[in-house]
Design a binder for this molecule. Structure first.
Ligand code: NAP
Ligand code: ZN
Length: 348
């Protein structure tokens, strides 16, 4: 099947319209007509080869919502006409310790990333959601709730699960004092989800102009981190900090804001390594950890949670032609709070 896409032809080149071939639907496959595809900052890091593992041409996009058009003979999870979602992975070995425990993101053979990766044959390149259609094995297809706006559901497939998973793992609960660093795509979902879990959420941001939005999203407090006493005033305040920042910044400053035994979880992935002082962790037995997306079972749990709580992303819907401009605007922090591409416009 030929499908129209937007692809980065090489690192640091603008994305341009192109056509790729999708495989025929096998017995365990689901074909999806994509409706919306979110723009994650990881798409920008990868299309510009900032993480140094770029495979080109690259069709980014791992926040995918669409409608099922064809299913293989063995498929039972979805049927033709159903809504379906695809996130950051499209396959894994299914058999290793981590796959068996529903943590396919840590598949011992290496999962098949939705793009900038290969299928499990380690030969066939994968192409992501900036595309009219996609074909994915059933195991990696998510059931999409019908009560939420679809353009706003797409970002849940990465920004949603990437923030839900560490909040769950680190026991965010009613009354938890949670700090969220960086109000972008991930950050705004972290605020909404933590607030829906009953936490007392504080937004830690470099952008004063986002203060009002942070409160609307569910934050109880806003701290402008460029204020000179921001860190001393908030020393020892949080049980949990979710750090979503995409660029170099000082982790030590935020570690000071944890209470003893508190934890700071890095989900933002600045390309450059950062310095951590041992003393930032020693005083107060603090924990610094990372978190990578989430497994398929947990992604479904997150979608069901968002459906029950009636939460989804705040999106600006754009057409395919606006992707390059959307990248520039994301880099400038000029997005409230996720771009969602109307996938019908790939055909134009
Ligand atoms: P985004 O929408 O661009 O948001 C990033 C936010 O970080 C910005 O809105 C800004 O918030 C803050 N920020 C940016 N530059 C900064 C700087 N120089 N200093 C301080 N703060 C700065 O990006 P996103 O899509 O949410 O992604 C965030 C990061 O998470 C990216 O690195 C992405 O690759 C990574 N990611 C990781 C996973 C995972 O599995 N761990 C999954 C998806 C994405 P303020 O204006 O509020 O300061
Ligand atoms: Zn992402």
């Amino acid at each position: 099947m030929q499908t129209k896409v937007y692809a980065a032809p090489a690192a640091k080149q603008p994305l341009a319209p192109s056509t790729i071939e999708r495989r025929d639907v096998g017995p365990n496959d689901v074909a999806i007509d994509i409706l919306f595809s979110g723009i994650c900052h990881s798409d920008i890091h990868q299309a510009r080869d900032e993480w140094g593992a770029g495979r080109f041409p690259m069709v980014p996009g791992h926040e995918i919502v669409g409608r099922v058009t064809k299913v293989g003979a063995n498929v039972t999870k979805v049927t033709i006409g159903d809504l379906a979602g695809v996130g950051c992975m499209v396959d894994s070995c299914g058999d290793c310790t981590y796959c068996r425990e529903d943590h396919e993101q840590f598949c011992e053979k290496g999962n098949a990333g939705t793009y900038n990766a290969t299928e499990m044959d380690r030969k066939t390149p994968t192409y992501g959601g900036y595309s009219q259609q996609i074909v994915v094995v059933e195991r990696f297809v998510l059931k999409v709730p019908t009560n939420l706006e679809l353009a706003a559901v797409a970002p849940l497939l990465c920004a949603g699960i990437t923030t839900y998973s560490p909040l769950k793992q680190w026991q965010c609960r009613p009354g938890s004092k949670v700090g969220v660093v960086g109000l972008g795509g991930l950050g705004h979902m972290a605020v909404k989800i933590a607030a829906a879990m009953g936490a007392e959420v504080t937004m830690l941001s470099t952008s004063q102009k986002k203060a009002e939005d942070a409160k609307k999203l569910g934050a109880h407090d806003f701290v402008l981190t460029s204020d000179k006493d921001a860190f001393s005033k908030n020393k020892g305040r949080f049980d949990l900090i979710i750090d979503t920042v995409s660029a170099a910044h000082d982790y030590n400053a935020f570690l000071r804001c944890l209470r003893p035994y508190g934890a700071m979880i890095c989900v933002g992935a600045p390309p450059e390594p950062q310095q951590i002082s041992a003393f930032s962790l020693i005083g107060g037995n603090k924990r610094l950890a990372g978190s990578m997306i989430g497994g398929i079972r947990e992604t479904q749990e997150m979608l069901d949670f968002c459906s029950a709580k009636n939460i989804a992303a705040e999106v600006e819907v754009i057409s395919a032609k606006q992707i390059n401009e959307a990248y520039e605007r994301t880099l400038k922090g000029d997005v409230r709070y996720r771009f969602s591409i109307d996938a019908r416009t790939f055909a134009e």
